[in-house]
Design a protein around this ligand. Sequence first.
Ligand code: ADP
Ligand code: ADP
Length: 232
Amino acid sequence: MITLSKVKKVYETKANKVTAVKDIDLQINDGEIFGIIGYSGAGKSTLIRLLNGLELPSQGSITVAGHNITQIKGKALRDARKEISMIFQHFNLLWSRTVKENIAFPLEINKVPKSERTKRVDELIKLVGLEGRGDAYPSELSGGQKQRVGIARALANNPKVLLCDEATSALDPQTTDSILDLLVDINERLGLTIVLITHEMHVIRKICHRVAVMEEGQIVEQGEVLEVFRKP
Ligand code: ADP
Ligand code: ADP
């Protein structure tokens, strides 16, 4: 479902070149929760931006949900990107809009009619456990509730893949666990593929099926979580 083959990304500025990722060969299966772990600067964010079509690789090819996102452009790329959704460490909510309006935002962009939008937003609010908070503003919510809004918004257009960029790093341990439980629930109920990047071992151990370890732009190890992190 997600395939990266010989992927390399070099950032070129006037002054220098930075190889952010290289020699990346990776396959992520449908319905899998796949973790990418590594220290700061290892290349995790670059990899997730490549999966999202936000960056193009300098070399190699990337296929996500049946789309060769390194070959397509324009409308085809925009359509492919509807099937790939993302949540963020700092939630990226619209602060002047309510919970319902935040969740409806991607539906508006997709020109979904009002009545259908209202129905879909209600379903999503239930799915993420925000009943009764639909008219609140983000500033009135806890960190965990804000991430629930982020998740609902990310699921609005029924994506096939959910990318999570340090999605629990701004949360306390207990809230982290409740958000991870929600991600597992969504993975099981919707059959969605989840790719998450993190620097926290706990996150990987708690929910991931398989993991890749990144160091200096390369995957240095990958496999089942229990194999990769077998306790001595
Ligand atoms: P991580 O997410 O694991 O912290 P990143 O992908 O952000 O790693 O960074 C990998 C390397 O690429 C780092 O050396 C970083 O400084 C560099 N880098 C990331 N984004 C850019 C950019 N837009 N321009 C130039 N260098 C970048
Ligand atoms: P948490 O409850 O998880 O600590 P915060 O309320 O601190 O989350 O918000 C996380 C991020 O959102 C921070 O980067 C913060 O700057 C930004 N943020 C919070 N409230 C607002 C706001 N009213 N307008 C713009 N940005 C905000």
